[in-house]
Design a protein around this ligand. Structure first.
Ligand code: BGC
Length: 486
């Protein structure tokens, strides 16, 4: 493996090496200090929703261990920490009353990060909608976009003096498709009309949230984080090629296009019953809100094939081949919409515990593509990582050379995209620590730091030690921070 010193030479001095988490996956403390319920508590309580019936009521107990976890971040020497703010902690009912203690938790988190010399990089929504908003329709209700903008404004009023970059959403396609179309994530619905309405509400929420923040503090940089992946046809056949074009439009363009161009992708418009999105006059024009930066999470390439006998799968099934016949019975769908199957890669790279093929070129190609499509828009790698079944050995160490190799290869992929002209500003390893992996519970371990969920002991894995050396070398190259004068 290339030496760390020569690896970091491939990056500009201002490049930030960081780690990422999300509130629901690490915090626990679900009813501490006035937090309201989120949709994930109700979903996790459904039999069969989460592997082994697990839930995130405690998770990594970060809510009660925040300061020790920030000290751990300091030990790792990261430049940047991407985390999310839990809407139900800040506004227990999703509108109206603010929970002062909830907001104070993030206020103090930010102060402690800054004291460690770490740039706070928050995301406003990483999937934990207040249950009270779900009770009135969740993301299918048009008004939820307005509630989101109110929430964004009140958070930025309190924290915008110390945080320069704000991400609005994490992976809109993933939570909208799995939450409303596939029934795999909260709120666990499988209904095409709901999916289409939610797409439009979340797109409007991007535009309204962006404007609400900019109206208060025009100097802030406001972006969003997208799950993106190259979509390759499984074979050269025309059917597979058409299917992969549709998959690409849905997966990579459905949320980005309306923000940057004011229109949903034509392939999607041609294929799905878009009347059900309930688009109102003026919506498309007002949705056009070119973001200040684009965050990318790219974990795999998708290999797309056209199905044969349908309908028993919704479009873009992500390999989640469970029974979604209720979706398939939708009368208005064209045949094509049911003919798209995807799998997480081919058999060329190794597979992680998620079953995803390790394929660093996917990240490189998506960064280069974003650079071509949206020239001049800064890019941030907001998540990159792999789930591996690692364990603590008799010396208390976790040896995970495959994870180190994964991050090394993905950093090289980022460096290659930079060399090709892409303006990539940061790389965040997913994740700081093992955590609650949504419907898969605690089985997949993505952390640079191992968490023993019985004792809450944290152990820096060998990959975490390697990443620390990368961060420290990068800091050393930059020299001591320039003192700010007031
Ligand atoms: C999400 C994370 C998740 C990770 C690994 C991303 O889709 O933003 O919350 O843990 O991938 O599956």
């Amino acid at each position: 493996m290339e030496r760390i010193a020569s690896l970091i030479e491939r990056f500009p001095q201002t490049f930030r090496f960081g780690v990422a988490t999300s509130a629901y996956q690490i915090e626990g403390g679900i009813d501490a200090d006035g937090r309201g319920a989120s949709i994930w508590e109700a979903f996790a309580a459904r039999p069969g929703a989460i592997e082994r019936g697990e839930n995130a009521d405690v998770a990594c107990d970060h809510y009660h261990r925040r300061d020790a976890d920030v000290a751990l971040l300091g030990h790792l020497g990261v430049d940047s920490y991407r985390f999310s703010i839990a809407w139900p902690r800040v506004q227990p009912l999703g509108s109206g009353r603010v929970n002062t203690a909830g907001l104070a938790f993030y206020d103090q988190l930010i102060d402690r990060l800054l004291a460690e010399g770490i740039t706070p990089f928050p995301t406003l929504y990483h999937w934990d909608l207040p249950q009270a908003l779900q009770d009135v329709g969740g993301w299918t209700a048009r008004e939820t976009a307005d509630r989101f903008a109110d929430y964004a404004a009140l958070v930025v009023d309190r924290l915008g003096d110390r945080v320069k970059e704000w991400a609005l959403f994490n992976e809109p396609y993933i939570f909208v498709s799995r939450g409303y179309l596939l029934g795999r994530y909260a709120p666990g619905h499988a209904n095409l009309s709901e999916f289409l309405r939610a797409v439009h509400t979340v797109t409007r929420a991007h535009a309204l949230g962006y404007r609400a923040i900019k109206a208060r503090r025009p100097e802030l940089e406001v972006g969003s984080v997208f799950a993106l992946a190259p979509c390759e046809p499984a074979t050269e056949s025309e059917a597979d090629q058409r299917a992969s074009q549709f998959a690409d439009a849905a997966f990579n363009h459905l949320f980005l296009d309306p923000l940057f161009t004011g229109a949903y992708p034509q392939r999607v418009l041609d294929t799905l019953p878009v009347d059900e999105m309930a688009i109102e006059p003026g919506d498309l024009e007002s949705m056009r809100t070119p973001l200040d930066f684009i965050g990318i999470n790219c974990y795999y390439r998708l290999v797309i094939s056209a199905g044969e006998s349908m309908p028993d799968l919704p479009f873009i099934d992500f390999g989640l081949r469970h029974d979604v016949r209720s979706v398939g019975s939708h009368a208005d769908l064209t045949d094509e919409a049911f003919r798209v199957h995807s799998s997480f890669g081919r058999n060329e790279g190794a597979r992680t515990d998620m079953g995803w093929e390790v394929w660093p070129r996917a990240l490189q190609s998506m960064l280069s593509r974003l650079h071509t499509l949206y020239p001049g828009v800064p890019l941030h790698v907001c998540e990159s990582g792999c789930a591996l079944h690692d364990r603590v050995d008799e010396h208390g160490q976790v040896s995970d050379p495959e994870r180190t190799a994964y991050h090394h290869a993905h950093l090289l992929a980022v460096a290659a995209a930079i060399a090709d002209g892409a303006d990539v500003r940061s790389y965040h390893a997913w994740s700081l620590c093992d955590n609650f992996e949504w419907a898969s519970g605690y089985r997949p371990r993505f952390g640079l730091v191992r968490v023993d969920f019985e004792t809450q002991t944290r152990t820096v894995k060998a990959s975490g030690e390697w990443f620390r050396q990368v961060c420290l070398a990068s800091r050393a190259r930059r020299g001591p921070p320039v003192p700010t004068t007031t």
